[in-house]
Design a protein around this ligand. Sequence first.
Ligand code: AMP
Ligand code: MG
Length: 342
Amino acid sequence: MDLKKRNNLILITAAVAIFLLTMIDSISIKKFTRSEMMMDTLVEISVFGMGKDKKKLENAIDSAFTEIDRIEKLMSRFIVTSEIAEINASDSDEIYISSETAYILQNSQVISDLTGGAFDVTLAELMELWGFTGDSPSVPDKSAIERLMKHTGNEKYSVSGIDTIYRVKLEDPEVKIDLGGIAKGYAIKRAAEVLKESGVKSAMVDAGGDIVVIGNKKGKPFNVGIKSPDGEGIIGVIGAEDIAIVTSGDYERFFIEGGVKYHHIIDPATGYPARKCKSVTIIADDALVADALSTAVFVMGAEAGIQLVDGLDEVEAMIIDSDDEAHFSQNAHKYIKLKEKE
Ligand code: AMP
Ligand code: MG
């Protein structure tokens, strides 16, 4: 073979190789991921798809973050322009709200009724008194707690809607709303819906351990770790496919005073942190339901909590009680693999 022919052959071989590699790259499954601080936590969205769909998948991630941001601006009591801040600041006892806020408040009442009042979105003033969201939380005076407890309870507000006009009526002008136990679940649920509407078939939305997964990961369930309530590490893994997993824990926001741990999940019956559990993980189709139930079951404790969850379709729970004992709902073992103790 003369030199020219040989060079041509090398060039053609190289071009074919580059073409094949580009082809393989464009149809191989890749992970696209981004994290942002939102809702007071690190939110990570990971999407799996073909390399050739990079632009489309990255745009989908953008849209999902925009949706979470929108919901936070609508529902955070800390953002003065939010509907919740508006309700809390209003002098009027009847306030117009969006259909979305009405939907969350109505769901809050359903979960409250289901859990004997353990879920209660009227604890904003108590959260302020305990100072969990401030720099210097401390144990308040019993009398101050008792005073505020007069203005809490799910019967203190009602939601009504005719056509597309929704209103919240405050039965007690002092009542203040805090959606901290449910809004994050709604936000990740909506983020997942936005991803699906953008054509995403495989993804994980993780807001500080509150998780929704879409589809599976390369044909196998996503592995989601359950954090140990005491310190670092995980106590088990959940095989997750098209499902939401939400955990409430006493380690998320707390302070220690006089050797006692005080955390941010309040028992609406006492005004003090709920004492029966260290962590509650709920597995459910709907992230909003999983979020509200994780907070409520944490308050209810293992016995009543498991009884409740066993009576619900498509909801499973794992509860670590205050003695470090693990409790499972009937079918939780289908999802959860516990780690061997070292
Ligand atoms: P989570 O991490 O989902 O359990 O939510 C905890 C947050 O929900 C707290 O930081 C409060 O904002 C709010 N919260 C605390 N206690 C309750 C309760 N009993 N019912 C509903 N929301 C609560
Ligand atoms: Mg919750």
